[in-house]
Design a protein around this ligand. Structure first.
Ligand SMILES: Nc1ncnc2c1ncn2[C@@H]1O[C@H](COP(=O)(O)OP(=O)(O)OP(=O)(O)O)[C@@H](O)[C@H]1O
Ligand SMILES: [Mg+2]
Length: 270
């Protein structure tokens, strides 16, 4: 069982990927909308605004003040119909971002406890560098996946983040990996991975129609189709990437750094 956190720059399809993986995941999985942008892109997108946004992260942020995150977590989950996935919806507004900062370390602990229940976790960490970004999840998950398109502007935007996260996860149990969406437009997954110096875990095809189901709830997700089969393959590759990692215990200093509540700094990961 593992915690996978996905993030990117410039809206590469993080929410579509995490929702899509949730739909095809072969065992119980929790999709956590940890994007601090606010407004729940997943409730407005995949759920087409048909489900009221009345709980989620901000309830957990309040529970965190009483040390009750693990107890409150199950009350804040929604079923994702037709799947074994549940959704923890994100915050309602960007103005709640500061309240999320102290929540992340406690949420990471609660998510780790889910290990005992046999659930995996897929975290949508949104865009890198936003105020309230879930840094403890980015540097404390089992696997942190950078998602990128294969264009030059996408690679230029992601390269400094790849370097930062490589440094921050080096020597920790977190494995940093790459998922490339729209491979071959123009660069191959291998070229992208070599350029960013992050191991390639999976590639996804450019499939606008299936992606519109995931990002905007347009129609039903096809049982067959390029994106569907790639999501199955990506999920399998992610699970084996997680299993290949050596689960080394954190040193006391690493534990301290991973758990320390960061000072909020707009535009940075600190
Ligand atoms: N594999 C794909 N093929 C074609 N289009 C895609 C693919 N994945 C995502 N998209 C499209 O890209 C757009 C952005 O997707 P999505 O909202 O998932 O990105 P995001 O990274 O979560 O963005 P944000 O930072 O705004 O939350 C959507 O229009 C979606 O349909
Ligand atoms: Mg999103």
């Amino acid at each position: 069982m593992a915690i996978f956190t996905v993030a990117g720059t410039g809206s590469p399809g993080v929410s579509s990927l995490t929702v899509g993986l949730g739909l095809v995941w072969p065992r119980p999985v929790l999709v956590v909308e940890a994007d601090p942008t606010g407004g729940s892109g997943i409730l407005a997108g995949y759920f087409r605004g048909q489900v009221a946004h009345c709980g989620g992260l901000i309830e957990l942020a309040m529970a965190q003040r009483q040390g009750r995150v693990a107890d409150e977590l199950p009350q804040q989950l929604l079923d994702i119909p037709g799947s074994q996935a549940k959704l923890l919806p994100g915050s309602r507004s960007h103005s709640q971002a500061a309240s999320l900062v102290p929540l992340w370390p406690a949420l990471l602990d609660a998510l780790r406890d889910l290990d005992a229940t046999g659930q995996d976790v897929l975290v949508d960490a949104g865009r890198l560098g936003l105020e309230g970004s879930p840094r403890p999840l980015l540097v404390g998950s089992d696997v942190t996946l950078l998602l990128t398109r294969s264009t030059l502007p996408a690679l230029v935007a992601l390269s400094s983040w790849a370097e930062t996260l490589r440094e921050e996860t080096a020597g920790t149990p977190t494995q940093l990996g790459l998922v490339v969406v729209g491979e071959g437009q123009p660069y191959s997954g291998r070229e992208v991975a070599d350029t960013l110096r992050v191991p390639l875990v999976a590639t996804l095809p450019w499939d606008r129609r299936s992606a519109a189901v995931l990002s905007r709830g347009r129609g039903t997700f096809p049982r067959r189709g390029a994106l569907r089969s790639s999501l199955d393959a990506a999920g399998a590759a992610m699970r084996s990437f997680a299993a290949s990692g050596q689960r080394r215990p954190l040193t006391p200093l690493q534990e301290l750094l991973a758990r320390s509540v960061p000072k909020v700094k707009v535009g940075g990961l600190q």
